[in-house]
Write a protein that binds this ligand. Structure first.
Ligand code: XUL
Length: 461
């Protein structure tokens, strides 16, 4: 079977056409928001903001990115007419706010700025909701963690909606639907007001993971009319979702089934072949994440990690580190070296352990553990050090922090490493040393899009 997997990530959209019989990608295409859609003024996938806590993007960019990626696949000769089902994923936690006309507009297709009641969608990197998190914490305390799988979290929908209502109550009154980016893109592809998939829906602080229904008490405390504005929750018994007519323009067959999009991390779990408990995955992208399928529901006692839904059933654990690939790229540029030097040479020139020199990059406010955006914090004279020492110090700092903060998830003999930085021999060796695990990589770095393509097989025909 030929399927299409689409990954709408922080810095761009990627898509693969996948042959499930041969377990092989037969065509792929990508769009980078900064380079390919400069009109959205988002070089790294979000609008620059003087406040480092505020990270937002124009939601129309995600639709344009999707369409441009499909056009590139078509123009590159991908067998679009043979695609029998579509699946995909999106960066987690980004929310899209539609007016009544916006919900209606899903049927006709296209995208108009008046359809968005909130012109700038907060993305997962937004940490500007400290007050709202404190209020949720005060009201629900530990119950939030046990009911929704996470303590109150800045980037999750509950806090983001509370802030929006406070800042712009009129725009909230005009809001008819609050989608996650994943359910929004499913809506765009199917020309319907699509449901939320529970794997990604778990990243909102609103879904009760015991009942897999919206938690009435928590939702009601965010806004009395919130539940009415949330999408319905997807059930495997639902009628199939089908590709809208207008996607014939990209050579796809209208009417083929579309699996509801999930989050990028849940999709990667599937794409890495790690959806059954036993091994863990490290995804090195804009965010670095560590996750694993969960044999039983268990939350992080330190309050950093999350429980999301495993798209093939049950749950997955996840810890997220915000200073991932953008931090590595910034250190590389500041060192004035190329990727070959960053990925390999620096590690050949320095010993494991780096003679005790460690550095932690805090260019963005860090999530795990919470830390302000203070720049590099090193236990040595950073400015006087050689590039290779700085690079090993930062990579070992990132991986050692990841090891410490993911002990609650467990110890694993095998770790799959995916994402752009999984090409780096130095980073892979560092993971091997610090985690004491066998490290495996995949042929394709983009396991999320492959996961989407695999999930498409499960779409109801
Ligand atoms: C996970 C998280 C990020 C985003 C972007 O909780 O916030 O990993 O999904 O990749």
């Amino acid at each position: 079977m030929i399927t299409l997997g689409i990954d709408s990530s922080t810095q761009g959209t990627k898509a693969v056409v996948y042959d499930t019989d041969l377990a092989r990608v037969v065509a792929s295409a990508a769009v980078n928001y900064g380079k390919d859609l400069p009109e959205f003024g988002s070089p790294d996938g979000f609008l620059p903001n003087a406040n480092p806590l505020v990270r937002r993007a124009n939601p129309a960019m995600w639709v344009k990115g999707l369409e441009m990626t499909l056009a590139r696949l078509r123009d590159g000769g991908a067998p679009m007419g043979e695609v029998a089902a579509v699946g995909g994923d999106a960066q987690q936690h980004a929310t899209v706010y539609l007016t009544e006309n916006g919900v209606e507009g899903l049927r006709s297709g296209g995208v108009e700025s008046s359809w968005f009641s909130r012109k700038e969608s907060p993305i997962w990197m937004d940490s500007s909701t400290g007050e709202e998190v404190a209020a949720l914490d005060a009201r629900f305390g530990d119950a939030l963690r046990t009911r929704t799988g996470s303590p109150a979290i800045e980037r999750f929908a509950a806090a983001q909606v509370m802030k929006f209502i406070k800042e712009d109550p009129d725009a909230w009154a005009r809001t008819a639907r609050v989608h996650l980016l994943s359910s929004y893109l499913t809506s765009v592809l199917t020309g319907t007001d699509a449901p939320i998939e529970t794997g990604d829906g778990a990243g909102m602080n609103l879904l009760n993971l015991q009942t897999l229904t919206w938690d009435e008490e928590i939702c009601g405390s965010v806004a009395s009319d919130l539940i009415a504005k949330l999408p319905r929750i997807h059930r495997s018994s639902d009628a199939p979702l089908r590709l809208a007519e207008r996607f014939a323009a990209f050579g796809l067959k209208p009417g083929i089934p579309v699996a509801p999009f999930t989050g990028d991390n849940p999709a990667s779990l599937v794409g890495c072949g790690a959806a059954e408990p036993g091994c863990a995955v490290i995804s090195l992208g804009t965010s670095d994440t560590f996750f694993a399928a969960m044999p039983e529901f268990r939350t992080d006692p330190d309050g950093y990690g999350h429980v999301f839904g495993n798209p093939v059933g049950g749950f997955m654990s996840l810890s997220c580190f915000k200073n991932g690939s953008l931090a590595r790229d910034r250190v590389r540029r500041e060192c004035g070296v190329d990727w070959m030097f960053f990925d390999e040479t620096a590690f050949a020139l320095t010993p494991p352990g780096n003679d005790g020199k460690r550095a932690f990059p805090y260019f963005e406010t860090e999530l795990t553990p919470k830390h302000d955006a203070t720049g590099i914090e090193a236990n040595f004279d950073w400015s006087a050090a050689a590039p290779e020492v700085k690079i090993r110090a930062v990579v070992e700092g990132q991986i050692a922090n990841m090891r410490e903060r993911t002990r609650w998830i467990g110890d694993f003999a095998t770790i799959y490493v995916t994402g752009g930085a999984s090409r780096s021999k130095g980073i892979l060796a560092t993971i091997r040393e610090i985690f004491g695990a066998e490290v495996r990589t995949l042929d394709v770095p983009d396991s999320a899009a492959v996961g989407g393509a695999l999930l498409a097989v499960n779409a109801r025909q």
